[in-house]
Design a protein around this ligand. Structure first.
Ligand code: NDP
Length: 322
């Protein structure tokens, strides 16, 4: 496993990490999570991603139980949570957003569910148009000084919003965001590569990228319809099935995946590994957060680094053309 600094910070994260959206508490229980974390630790993974909103807080409970059972030294790995959407269903007005109140209370609640004393990374899961950026920056800074979080960041903020947060923090000697958590994969490149370019260049922000396989589309598993038990069949994720497979846009993306498949075959690797390895080529990626509903998927995806040397300029150009 290789380790990359989280942007300009001194924190070294494994270039492949592991997240729990959709899977934990739905497809993965605490027993399987414990086995998956064991596999991750053996592979050198040191960062596990979560959020208050995943399964209404239950995902953090599963992660907390599994990590506690493994009893690895707390200084050997990092955990995250994210605040914005709320864990309550439905959230009351004070139970969501990025007010000082919710940012602080959501942190305390995540610590309890995850059974840890501090969060290594704490994200604003989306931007909150109803809260001044100054209030959120202050709330995050205070949590840092209290030792409840170590690094804070954003997720899917616009470049302008991230720069505004950095500028406010730096002008007031507060802790600026260290990282962004955006989607980035072979099919979704624009925001990461174009919009965020000045953020990476000027502010040296790190990134923990999500959905490297576009929710599974980039495995090639949807080329012949929707496989039983796959993410697109899960109750509650009908919206994902529509956008990923059933819409014209989804079909257009899947037709591009079909054109990538022969490249993977020529290289003698799975499309999943190729797609994850491709993300690692970008130096602005600090860590690629893997998702897996089964152990075999995790084991396969953890081998993706081996494919990086096969991604010559010619291969990368062919993928870019698609
Ligand atoms: P991926 O795009 O890699 O999708 C993972 C899913 O694809 C798996 O759960 C599985 O779904 C399928 N899959 C994965 N590997 C294989 C394989 N080798 N063969 C076949 N199928 C496979 O990542 P996620 O969308 O899960 O995102 C990763 C993490 O990023 C999340 O856990 C979360 O921590 C974070 N995230 C953050 C967001 C944010 O807004 N900040 C948003 C989304 C994710 P199945 O078996 O069910 O088909």
């Amino acid at each position: 496993m290789e380790y990359r600094n989280l942007g300009a910070s001194g924190l070294k994260l494994s270039q492949l990490s592991f997240g729990s959206w959709v899977t934990f508490n739905k497809q993965v229980d605490a027993t399987l999570a414990q086995r998956m974390f064991g596999t991750c630790f053996d592979a050198g993974v040191n960062f596990f991603d979560n959020a208050e909103a995943y399964e209404a807080g239950e995902s953090e409970i599963v992660m907390g139980k599994a990590l506690k059972a493994l009893a690895r030294p707390r200084d050997s790995y990092c955990v995250s949570s994210k605040v914005f959407f709320g864990a309550a269903r439905p959230p009351l007005p004070t139970q969501m957003g990025l007010s000082r109140k919710h940012v602080t209370e959501a942190c305390h609640q995540a610590l309890k569910r995850l059974q840890v004393d501090y969060l290594d990374l704490y994200f604003c899961h989306r931007a909150d148009p109803d809260t001044p950026i100054a209030e959120t920056v202050w709330a995050m800074h205070n949590l840092v000084t209290q030792g409840k979080i170590l690094y804070w960041g954003t997720s899917e903020w616009t470049a302008q919003q991230i720069m505004d947060a950095c500028d406010f923090a730096l002008a007031n000697h507060l802790t600026p965001p260290s990282m962004e958590q955006p989607q980035y994969n072979l099919l979704d490149r624009e925001r990461f590569e174009v919009e965020y370019a000045p953020v990476f260049e000027k502010y040296k922000i790190g990134s923990t990228i999500w959905s490297p396989l576009a929710s599974g589309a980039l495995t090639g598993k949807y080329l012949k319809g929707i496989p039983e038990g796959s993410r697109a069949t899960l109750p509650g994720y009908e919206w994902l099935r529509k956008t990923m497979v059933e819409s014209d846009h989804g079909q257009e993306r899947i037709s591009r995946v079909a054109r990538m498949q022969p490249i993977a075959e020529e290289l003698g690797v799975s499309l999943s590994k190729l797609a994850i390895a491709w993300c690692l080529l970008n130096p602005n990626v600090s860590t690629v957060i893997l998702g897996a509903s089964r152990m075999e998927q995790l084991e396969e995806n953890l081998q993706a680094s081996e494919v990086v040397p096969l991604l010559t300029d010619e291969v990368v150009a062919r993928l870019a053309a698609i």
